[in-house]
Design a protein around this ligand. Structure first.
Ligand code: ATP
Length: 258
């Protein structure tokens, strides 16, 4: 049995988690979600979402599989081609990858918009502050002056000059109803979700079946590599990406380990 078999649940700071622990990334992720709940950034339900994600990640081998890497490259191409790309932030995203989302937004020139399932003014403000603390200049989602059609009132709230007007949206860990409603609005939708059977990746133009802690930095790396690519080259990457094949490859890895 490893010395690290048990890592105390009351680790105060993530530096206390041994970096060579075999489950390091999972422990770090759990710790960040717990801190997110403590800070009022993440809803308690976010912990359940994290638990589901963690089980799928275990079965994927806790690595970015080749089809996910291809999806991340296609996502980078879509974001670079977009007229008005927006990255949507919820409580889990803010807790897990705040600096990484700010960096991606910088590289592809996108807006950041807070969009919550369990929406309260306190959580909206806490998340916006948290993002600003990680370098964001402007955070959208506080105005909520437009509505996504065909969704109940609370979940439909978006900014008119943000998600409402966007042509390409990155919606990580999105709830299925909202993902469907955004798709119906005709947006190009990029979803990050570890469950390939969940409704959100199934309606996405680009389903990324990968842990958000790997997916966002890898998408940024692709965007940097593609910074000098022509529009025609980016369009070829978008055309060649096969969403059905990506979903099938992820499901096969989870079911068979292959
Ligand atoms: P549906 O999309 O059909 O409504 P659901 O109810 O399971 O499915 P939610 O609870 O709304 O979905 O969202 C949680 C989703 O986020 C799960 O599919 C889970 O696998 C995924 N998830 C959780 N943590 C991560 C993570 N770190 N990276 C990527 N995906 C994650």
């Amino acid at each position: 049995m490893s010395d690290y078999e048990t890592v105390s649940a009351d680790v105060e700071h993530e530096d206390e988690i041994p970096a060579d622990h075999p489950r390091y990334q999972d422990l770090l992720t759990r710790h960040r979600i717990e801190k997110g709940v403590e800070k009022g950034i993440t809803h308690l339900q976010g912990m359940h979402a994290e638990g589901r994600g963690s089980a799928f990640d275990y079965l994927l081998g806790e690595e970015t599989i080749p089809s996910a890497d291809a999806a991340e490259r296609a996502a980078a191409a879509h974001l670079l081609l977009a007229d008005h790309p927006v990255l949507s932030i919820n409580g889990n995203v803010a807790a897990l990858v705040p600096a990484e989302m700010v960096e991606l937004a910088d590289v592809v020139d996108a807006d950041l918009e807070v969009n919550l399932f369990n929406r309260t003014p306190e959580r909206l403000e806490a998340i916006a502050d948290h993002l600003r603390g990680h370098g964001a200049d402007e955070v959208k989602g506080l105005e909520a002056d437009a509505r996504i059609p065909n969704l109940d009132h609370q979940r439909a709230k978006v900014d008119e000059d943000g998600i409402y007007a966007a042509d390409v949206v990155l919606v990580p860990l999105e709830d299925g109803d909202r993902a469907e409603a955004l798709e119906e609005m005709g947006k190009t939708e990029i979803v990050i979700d570890l469950n390939p059977l969940s409704r959100s990746p199934r309606v996405a133009d680009v389903p990324i079946v990968d842990n958000i802690v790997r997916a966002v930095p890898n998408t940024t790396a692709h965007a940097r590599n593609l910074a000098d690519a022509s529009e025609a080259e980016l369009e070829v990457i978008v055309e060649e990406f096969d969403r059905e094949r990506a979903l099938e490859a992820a499901e096969e890895r989870i079911r068979t380990g292959l």
